[in-house]
Unconditional design. Structure first.
Length: 713
């Protein structure tokens, strides 16, 4: 029995259930499943991954409890579910059948794009939504054109082929003893994806584009790699006594019979392109291929030269180039490294993770703050790959027991990119992380930081001060250093002596004296800062205040006529004052030295390629104090190939800026608590990070769920 689902029509209810579904980031101490009653409907929200121990059992128990109370109409909110596996699908199927037997129904809502596609092609999510349901009852199948039943007619009706081509193929079928699709592909008159989509319409089979998340790796690995490659199939999911497989030939009955005899399961085909199937197989079975070829075919595809323009800048001198492809032409490892770096630059990746596992190594890209796996490699390749990167970073390739840090400069497509290399020995080998610093895409302009007009004006006023301490706060990866670089670039001129102390130096700026911390030889922030003050500086940038000594010297420098800019790890702007006092800075010194504090976070922006608008639900408007008259329109991304199905692409910063005023100085003298400082911010009507984020939501730049995820309120 098919399970009824609805992905869009149902909105989350008010109360605890809605808070869990809107947050996007759930506290680990919450129950694995939350339940809310809306009239006669039970609204159930799993708050953790369905693959975590006990979550499916909790979901089943919650549904069973609702049934015992006579609640036979249930909605499961899948907001927090990014991936789904066979056991979870069977769980939903069981719940749906139990409810249907009682005359009720089960629907799902807010399924993410990948999960929604799985629900659709497995048949679990093939029911119409609530809005269409009422129309269906009023006028069932009214005015629906019937789909042609013959493949040629379907292709002709969609304009994929012409009448002349159709007649020619029909004439060749008997002569060549081949199917129509084979002839069309051989002649190049149609793409395989169009043919399979039409064939799916004819045979009533789903057509998918395979990618991670659309198959259960555990199920796929239950069939030998050689069998899957020989039969040209990818095992997708197991639903009770049925196995779903991806195939490019839905009429290949001998293959299906072989699988059914091997597994004692009924086989149900799902259509996918041959090339897509082979790429997926190479990724799934990367560790089971022979050692004759250390790279998976997926890796070989990635290694194909894109522009042949990646150059390693040796010794960081721009006039001393060594073209990688000329150094070791034909080396698969070098081609692989080149292609990984080129793809990372093209996709605006911030970090590359090369991670060893038990049987395979994986490469993941961090894009807009989240990690995405892009390829799988055989473990035998990992040492050669790491050694190549160490050579590029001028490090010791024989040292594999200790962590190493280095720097690489490459030039590709007329763009100079710095990479920070970091290796860390682990259980299965060395993990490497590369931080990409693309100067062409760096935000060194105050106007491009994403500040509101009011905050930007106040920030400029701070930077005009001849002396004082300006602190930028936030967690790691919130863009603090970028904001400081933009400030330095704004202040930079020949008339000023600007000195920076960084760990490490991320961007090289003209006319700026940049210094790098070297803890191994005792060259710390405090030691460099003490000597920098003897260099007659006007402006000093301290990468981070980590200890009391650095904080004390920075405050003294600000009091003695220097403009000091630095970062601090606190959650809010008010927290920076408390942290400085906790470090041992006397309140009377801090009140005189502090010029202002800027707290910031980075939020993902909605992908412009799949952006859509919708009317804000009443409960969301009530929660955030927006008008409830139906005038508030919000935006979100549906998910597409441009944004890795996330609905988001690129990021911007939100800010909370507190300038120092005489009132704040008097408050600091009293050694205030965090609550007292927050009360001052509210009294002065200074927008918080969350309020600044909600302003971006109303402007259609991001979503309320994204703001809640980042701010954790």
């Amino acid at each position: 029995m098919a399970l009824q689902t609805n992905h869009n029509a149902v909105q989350p209810p008010p109360g605890s259930g809605s808070q869990a579904s809107a947050s996007g980031a759930v506290s680990p101490d919450l129950q694995p499943v939350m339940h809310t009653k809306i009239g006669v409907i039970s609204y159930i929200t799993p708050t953790r991954k369905l693959t975590e121990p006990g979550v499916l059992e909790a979901l089943t128990d919650c549904s069973r409890g609702c049934i015992e109370r006579g609640e036979w109409q249930q909605i499961i909110d899948l907001t927090h579910i990014e991936r789904i596996h066979s056991a979870a699908l069977e769980c939903l199927l069981d719940i749906g059948e139990q409810l249907a037997a009682l005359g009720g129904w089960l629907k799902t809502t807010h399924a993410q794009p990948t999960v929604r596609e799985v629900l659709d092609f497995t048949g679990i999510g093939n029911q119409i939504d609530l809005e269409e349901l009422s129309q269906e009852i009023l006028s069932p199948a009214a005015g629906r054109p019937e789909e042609p039943v013959r493949l040629g007619d379907i292709l002709l009706s969609r304009g994929a082929i012409s009448e002349q081509q159709l007649q020619e193929v029909i004439g060749l079928q008997d002569k060549l003893n081949k199917r129509m699709g084979e002839i069309l592909l051989e002649k190049g008159w149609i793409e395989e994806s169009l043919l399979l989509e039409a064939l799916g319409r004819q045979l009533r089979l789903p057509f998918i584009k395979l990618r991670p998340g659309l198959y259960d790796p555990d199920i796929a690995l239950q069939i030998p790699a050689q069998t899957c490659k020989r039969l040209d199939i990818v095992p997708l999911f197991r639903l009770r006594h049925e196995l779903l497989i991806a195939t490019a030939d839905p009429q290949h009955m001998p293959a299906f019979t072989e699988l059914e005899e091997l597994l004692r399961l009924h086989v149900r085909p799902v259509l996918a392109c041959h090339e897509n199937i082979q790429e997926t197989l190479n990724s799934v079975y990367a560790d089971t291929n022979s050692n004759d070829n250390l790279l998976t075919d997926e890796s070989l595809d990635l290694m194909e030269p894109q522009d042949q323009d990646l150059e390693l800048v040796e010794n960081t001198h721009l006039d001393d180039y060594a073209r990688i492809d000329e150094l070791a032409e034909g080396s698969p490892v070098i081609r692989l490294v080149n292609s990984i770096l080129q793809r990372a630059v093209n996709d605006n990746v911030s970090d590359i993770h090369i991670e060893p596992g038990r049987n395979t190594a994986r490469v993941r890209f961090r894009i807009d703050g989240l990690l995405y796996q892009v390829m799988a490699l055989r473990m035998e390749l990992l040492p050669a790959l790491v050694s190549r990167l160490k050579v590029m970073a001028s490090l010791d390739i024989s040292e594999r027991r200790l962590p190493q840090d280095g720097r690489i400069q490459v030039q590709t497509r007329n763009r100079l990119v710095d990479l920070r290399f970091s290796s860390l020995p682990g259980l299965y080998g060395e993990k490497v992380v590369l931080r990409l610093l693309d100067k062409q895409h760096s935000l060194l302009d105050l106007n491009k930081l994403g500040m509101s007009e009011h905050s930007l004006t106040q920030y400029r006023q701070m930077l005009k001060r001849p002396y004082g301490l300006i602190l930028v706060t936030g967690p790691t990866g919130s863009g603090k250093t970028t904001s400081l670089y933009a400030a330095i670039n704004h202040l930079n001129s020949v008339e000023k002596n600007i000195v920076t102390i960084e760990d490490p130096v991320e961007y090289q700026l003209d006319i700026v004296n940049q210094n790098e911390v070297k803890d191994k030889i005792g060259l710390s922030f405090a030691k460099i800062l003490r000597h920098v003050l003897r260099q007659d500086p006007d402006i000093v940038l301290v990468g981070e205040i980590r200890d009391r000594e650095t904080a004390s010297i920075a405050v003294q420098a600000a009091l003695t006529g220097h403009l000091v800019l630095s970062t601090l790890h606190t959650n809010s702007s008010a927290g920076a004052v408390v942290r400085m006092i906790d470090m041992g800075i006397e309140p009377y010194l801090l009140s005189s030295a502090l010029a202002g504090v800027v707290a910031q976070r980075l939020i993902r922006t909605i992908c412009s390629h799949c952006k859509t608008q919708y009317l804000a639900p009443v409960e969301i408007c009530q929660q955030h104090g927006w008008p409830t008259d139906g005038s508030v329109m919000l935006s979100r991304g549906r998910g597409c190939s441009e944004c890795y199905d996330s609905g988001f692409k690129s990021r911007l910063a939100i800010h909370e800026l507190i300038p120092t005023t005489p009132t704040l100085q008097q408050l600091i003298l009293q050694n205030p608590s965090l609550d007292a400082l927050e009360a001052y911010r509210i009294e002065q009507q200074i927008p918080s990070l969350f309020e600044d984020g909600l302003d971006r939501v109303l402007r259609g730049l991001t979503t309320a769920e994204e703001i809640t995820r980042v701010i954790n309120v």
